[in-house]
Write a protein that binds this ligand. Structure first.
Ligand code: SAM
Length: 153
């Protein structure tokens, strides 16, 4: 087992080195994101025995989750990080229950610190006024605030 893990580490190093040599700036973002998945895998090893679902794109995983929520009588969808409302609108049009509630939290002041790739501190700042105004009809609400200020009720 130990030898297998060693082999896997060597393969991973070789793959990362090879990828780094051929990808451009966008690729380095994908590599950073792959490293994020590696960290999640390490967390799962200690905390979770379920086999994760692997899908091609972000919206594929939303579709699986939306199917699971289809039978909920009063779904509550909380989104931490709204930006321009793309994913919040997706959920608004896929949670068909009329009494579903969707609440989006964001500082709208951009990232609090440097993130992966070219996303520096302050990137993704979005004045809420530039968002299509949520209404009672759309069942969406926006809450402005910094994640660190959210407290357990
Ligand atoms: C990647 S964007 C979200 C994209 C969005 N979910 C979509 O699919 O279109 C991340 C958002 O999280 C917000 N954000 C990041 N860290 C935050 C924090 N600590 N507190 C509040 N908002 C934060 C940023 O302002 C930004 O709008």
């Amino acid at each position: 087992m130990r030898a297998l893990v060693q082999q896997a580490k060597i393969h991973l190093r070789r793959a990362a080195l090879g990828a780094g040599r051929i990808v451009g700036p966008h690729g380095s973002q994908q590599l950073a994101s792959a490293y994020g998945l590696y960290e999640i895998g390490a967390w799962m090893r200690d905390h979770c025995s379920r086999t994760p679902l692997i899908v091609g794109e972000e919206f594929d995983v939303y579709l699986v989750a939306a199917e699971r929520m289809a039978t909920a009588s009063r779904p509550l969808y909380l989104e931490f990080g709204v930006f321009q409302g793309r994913s919040l609108r997706w959920w608004s049009s896929h949670l068909m229950q009329p009494n579903a509630q969707l609440i989006g939290f964001d500082s709208f002041a951009g990232l609090p610190h440097d993130w992966i790739g070219d996303f520096d501190k302050g990137a993704l700042a979005t004045p809420p006024a530039s968002l299509r105004r949520p209404t009672r009809r759309t069942r969406r609400w926006l809450v402005r605030g910094h994640a660190a200020h959210l407290r357990r009720a």
